[in-house]
Every structure is written in C-alpha cells, then in structure tokens.
Design a protein around this ligand. Structure first.
Ligand code: PMV
Length: 343
C-alpha cells in the first residue's frame, strides 16, 4: 500500500494593509497586502493512512493539542472540495520555529503549512502538477479556508489578497504574489517584533471580523483600505518615498485599532507599553530622519519596521529605549523572507 506523505515549512506574515471584516466562505471585505517573515515559520508533516476509527492524530511540538478540534472542522470543510479527505485518516505533526508566547500570529503559518501539505497530497493522489502557479493558488485557497490571512503565507516576499481594481490578477478566493511589482529595496525591510504582552487575545480573529458587519464606519473603512492599498503599491514600485510608506503603514495599523475601539462591543487591545513604544518610535524617526515606523496586529505587540541598512542604529535604539516597555525584554528580529519550502 502506498503511503502518502507531505511536509512543508511555511512562514507567518505581517499585513501592511489589514484584512479586517469578512463575508461568508471566509472571503475578505477588503483587499490586504503583506510580507512573509523569514524566521517565524511553522513546520508541518501530514501522512494519510487507510481510514480507521481515529480520524486525526495531531501532535504540536510533540504533545497533543486542542488545535485538533479546529483541524477536524477544517478537514470537514475541505472534504466538500477534496472528497478523498473522507477516505483517509490523518497523522499530523507540527512545530513552530518561534516561541509560542511571542504573540506572533501563528494561525497564518500553521494553516499555510497545513494547506501546502494538503495541496501536495492532492497532487500526489490526483496527478496534478505541483510545479506551477496553480499549485500555490490551490494552497492559498485551502489556507484561506483555515485562516484568511494564511492565504498570503504561501508566497515569499509580498502577497495581495482580495479583489481590487488596482491589481489585475486579484481575487477574493486566493492571494497572489506581487513581489515582481515591488522595488528591490523593500526586500530588505525588517520587522522587530516587540512583545508587550503575551497573554491570550481578548478577542478572537473571527469575533473581531464579525464586529465589522454592523460597524458604523464600515463604508469608510472599505473606501480607506482600497485607497491605502493602491497608494501603498504605488509607493513601493520605486524607492523614492520611504517616509510616505511608513506614514501610510502606521495609519493602517492605527485604523485597525480605531475600528476595534469603536466597535460594539468595544475592544481596547493596546497597552500602555504599546503606546510608549509608538511615541518613542515616532520621536526617534523625527530626531534621526531614518525611515523607521510600526505596524500592529490585533493585539498589543508592536512590529517595528526598518531597513536593514539602518540595523545598527535601530538595534541600539531598541536596546536602550524600547526593551524596557516589553515583557521580560523579549523581542524577535525578523525580516522579509523567501516563502515556504518543502521540508
Ligand atoms: O486570518 P485571521 O482571521 O486571523 O485575521 C487576521 C487579521 C489581521 O491579522 C488583524 C490583519 C491581517 O491582514 O493579517
């Protein structure tokens, strides 16, 4: 009996224009743009065996994990599209290359890696090639059904997810790679993740997206996101205006938090330490003239964005001024990465 196996290492990603709000089938209300990280990755192996009473065995870092409930539901959802899923039992093992408590969104790398394995197994079973763009489109679509932002993790460099007049190939169904439209200087962008608070999220992503359904600023947000993404891509086509890039990215991050603060119910996810760091980053930019800024996910941790060539000055700044506001001085130095690899 042939055993089918697949194993992938897939990065997490950080959005510059945020996906916030979704329609049924996990389709996005607005287009988003992100880059994949180099260090923060998930390695997942999946083997399929003849169906037995135990449908799924899932080990995370060698131990049983409650994430298996979410994977079971995910497999049920995918079986509509990939009927072979119903004919097998699954043995999965997964681990992260970054500490679990860093507050880095691991659902993007986790579903990215799992979706790549399932797309690969699908290819092995059905004979569809894994070499072409089609394979990554399939993986991105499968990843989307697990976690929307995971759709962007199956590519290296920069990825765009969501239909927009500004991007010809864009669709809500899967993300598309856009690195070839972006100036090479943006590939030396770094992301220092400053861990302000590692506690579990106050609001799950799903509940957060739902807050946009009846949000008083929904129409304005959709207009803003569409405009921001078009402007940002325009800026990133050349190396001419790093400061304008930083301004727009910060505005996006703070808009996400403004939306959460003005939702019903309201969520305030930033901590005093997050605000201290934001103010210090802005003061540092003002004093030094360096293009250094921040973005933030749906949590209190600050992602400090800077260019590799400014690393020495930025690392000194982090050590002397910012680590004081982080939890146990914890941070992670990451940067734009090359994307997933078979592992
Ligand atoms: O993929 P989800 O459902 O966890 O949503 C992620 C949403 C943000 O991280 C806040 C923004 C984004 O585009 O990644």
């Amino acid at each position: 009996m042939t055993t089918y196996k697949s194993s992938w290492l897939c990065p997490s990603n950080i959005a510059l224009v945020k996906y916030w709000g979704k329609k049924p089938e996990q389709l996005p209300m607005n287009p988003s743009l992100s880059f994949s990280l180099k260090q923060a990755r998930t390695r997942t192996s999946v083997a399929i065996v003849p169906k037995s009473a135990e449908r799924l065995r899932f080990l995370f870092e060698g131990k049983e994990s409650s994430f298996d409930t979410r994977i079971r539901k995910y497999l049920d959802k995918l079986a509509i599209d990939l009927p072979w899923i119903n004919d097998y039992s699954f043995e999965m093992e997964s681990s992260n290359t970054f500490p679990h408590s860093t507050g880095i969104a691991s659902s993007a790398s986790a579903f990215g890696a799992l979706a790549l394995c399932l797309a690969d197994l699908n290819s092995q079973l059905t004979g569809v090639s894994t070499e072409d763009d089609q394979f990554f489109q399939t993986a991105s679509r499968l990843a989307r059904l697990g976690s929307g932002s995971a759709s962007r993790s199956v590519y290296g460099g920069f990825a765009w997810w969501g239909k927009s007049a500004a991007m010809k190939a864009s669709t809500d169904c899967y993300a598309v790679p856009v690195s070839n439209q972006i100036h090479e200087s943006y590939f030396s962008l770094c992301d220092a993740v400053l861990l302000v608070d590692s506690q579990k999220k106050k609001v799950s992503s799903s509940a957060g997206h739902d807050l946009m359904n009846n949000h008083p600023y929904q129409a304005a947000r959709l207009a803003q996101a569409n405009q921001s993404i078009e402007q940002l891509l325009g800026l990133m086509k050349t190396d001419g205006n790093r400061m304008a890039f930083i301004d727009l990215v910060e505005q996006e991050a703070l808009s996400l938090h403004a939306l959460m603060m003005s939702s019903t119910p309201s969520f305030l996810l930033l901590k005093p330490g997050s605000l201290e760091i934001i103010e210090k980053i802005r003061a540092f930019r003002h004093q030094t003239g360096l293009p250094v800024g921040f973005t933030i996910d749906a949590g209190p941790n600050i992602h400090l964005l800077y260019w590799k060539e400014d690393q020495e000055a930025v690392h000194a700044f982090i050590r002397t001024e910012l680590l004081y506001h982080t939890e146990n001085g914890e941070w992670l130095d990451d940067r734009v990465g090359e994307g997933p690899v078979k592992a």
